[in-house]
Ligand binder design. Structure first.
Ligand SMILES: O=C(O)C1=C[C@@H](OP(=O)(O)O)[C@@H](O)[C@H](O)C1
Ligand SMILES: C=C(OP(=O)(O)O)C(=O)O
Length: 425
């Protein structure tokens, strides 16, 4: 259990752990590249460790040298049939992206996960991967893990994705590496494009035009990869400092890929003082220092168009909306219902426990401003983002906020508590 007390301001200069999305992709793509790769800045969170375990199970040698991860890639067809069921743990990214790669393999693989992952929808990847020629079975007609995949002999598809999801897009693009013809993915609102960027950097024949991505069968060549800090982890600190007058926080070397920076846009619209310094590009990804000065924020409307650019940051946005002036309305965010928990219901339930006036909507929530947040005991539901969002709530509360089952924070941010302690004044 974690207990958080009221803070007066946040001050200091910190780094946050490596980007989770990029860390997963670095291991996966290096495993199917020809040659050896060094991955620096890799996130040693439980989700990314699940990805390493799955690729070891597929016969890839992956060494953890402390300051770098070394992956001995075996090329597109170097994976071998695993002897046992692969466990993706709590990680949706692991099971869905991995499925795209397994769709290209002629052997059979069974992939499962923890209780939360076993309740999350897999039809969204099973439907297009079956269209490409893979066989995918599972509980609920292949919608729920454990899933059983036998691939091979894929053909390209032109897929108009019914959901703006980087996991769906990536699964199809990865299967596209193994498919005859040109595989095309379209989505209504562009989701994060780390897969496209990394595939390009490793030599794939991939292009994006007007938001439409196309990929042709290609070999990948190993490259060293440097993972930037995770903006989704930085978001907890950014949001808290932005809403706390007198704060001054510098978050160093954070990934600033434009498909991920919705949190910065939203905070600025709420009145936050945020600037970017030391901007550079590595592996096609923008990286820079984020400087936040605390001030009084105001409530805003957050609508569908921006949701994919801040989907994982909505829990912490809801928290600071509770102390901003005026109402905040979040809509078009129904995807939150199929994350590690139903993040609309869990956030609304837990914020109410601390006296916050918040209403659940079918596709989001409505948060009244200027709440007097009280102390209390909250639940994480085993969801790392809920646990950290409620910890940030504690920084603004009039009494101690306890978070039960906070161990799940290690899924994406193992040293969250230490980093937070270091900046609380
Ligand atoms: O591709 C990725 O790395 C991710 C995509 C998003 O999920 P969806 O693709 O389901 O929106 C996000 O919520 C998740 O934390 C990571
Ligand atoms: C939704 C998340 O991850 P995943 O889908 O990979 O489990 C997250 O990290 O907030």
């Amino acid at each position: 259990m974690l207990t958080i007390h009221k803070a007066h301001r946040l001050e200091g200069r910190i780094t946050v752990p490596g980007d989770k999305s990029i860390s997963h992709r670095a291991v996966m793509l290096s495993s199917i590249s020809k040659g050896t790769s060094s991955i620096k800045g890799f996130l040693r969170g439980e989700d990314c460790l699940s990805t390493i375990a799955c690729f070891r199970g597929l016969g890839i040698s992956i060494e953890d040298k402390g300051d770098e991860i070394i992956v001995h890639g075996k090329g597109l067809y170097g994976l071998k049939e695993p002897e046992d069921v692969l466990d993706a743990g709590n990680s949706g990214t692991t099971i869905r992206l991995l499925s795209g790669i397994l769709a290209g393999q002629e052997f059979i693989t069974i992939v499962t996960g923890d209780k939360s992952l076993r309740s999350r929808p897999m039809a969204r990847i099973a439907v297009p991967l079956r269209q490409m020629g893979a066989s995918i079975e599972g509980r609920d007609y292949g919608n729920l893990a454990p899933i059983v995949i036998r691939g091979g002999n894929l053909k390209a598809i032109d897929y108009d994705s019914p959901v703006s999801s980087a996991q769906v897009k990536s699964a199809i693009l990865l299967a596209g590496l193994y498919s005859e013809g040109s595989t095309i993915v379209r989505e209504e609102i562009t989701s994060r494009d780390h897969t496209e960027k990394m595939l390009k950097a490793l030599g794939a024949d991939i292009n994006t035009e007007d938001g439409v991505v196309s990929i042709k069968k290609s070999e990948l060549v190993a490259q060293d990869i440097e993972v930037p800090g995770d903006i989704s982890s930085a978001a907890f600190f950014m949001a808290a400092a932005a809403a706390m007058p007198g704060s001054h926080l510098v978050l160093e070397k954070v990934g600033l890929n434009p498909t991920r920076t919705g949190i910065i846009d939203v905070l600025k619209e709420m009145g936050a003082e945020i600037t970017i310094d030391n901007l550079f590009i590595s592996g096609g990804e923008e990286i820079g220092d984020i400087i936040v000065k605390g001030t009084k924020l105001r409530g805003i409307n957050i609508t569908r168009d921006i949701i994919p650019r801040l989907i994982d940051e909505i829990p912490v946005i809801a928290v600071i909306a509770a102390v901003a002036e005026g109402k905040t309305i979040i809509t078009g965010a129904e995807e939150l219902k199929v994350k590690e928990s139903n993040r609309i219901t869990t956030m609304v339930t837990e914020m109410k426990k601390l006296g916050i006036q918040v209403k659940e909507l079918p596709d989001g929530m409505e948060i009244e401003g200027l709440n007097q947040i009280t102390g209390g005991t909250t639940e994480s539901y085993g969801d790392h983002r809920i646990a950290m969002a409620m910890a940030i709530c504690g920084l603004f509360a009039n009494g101690p906020v306890k978070i039960n089952n906070s161990d799940c924070i290690a899924v994406s941010f193992p040293d969250f508590q230490e980093k937070l302690k270091a900046v609380i004044k």
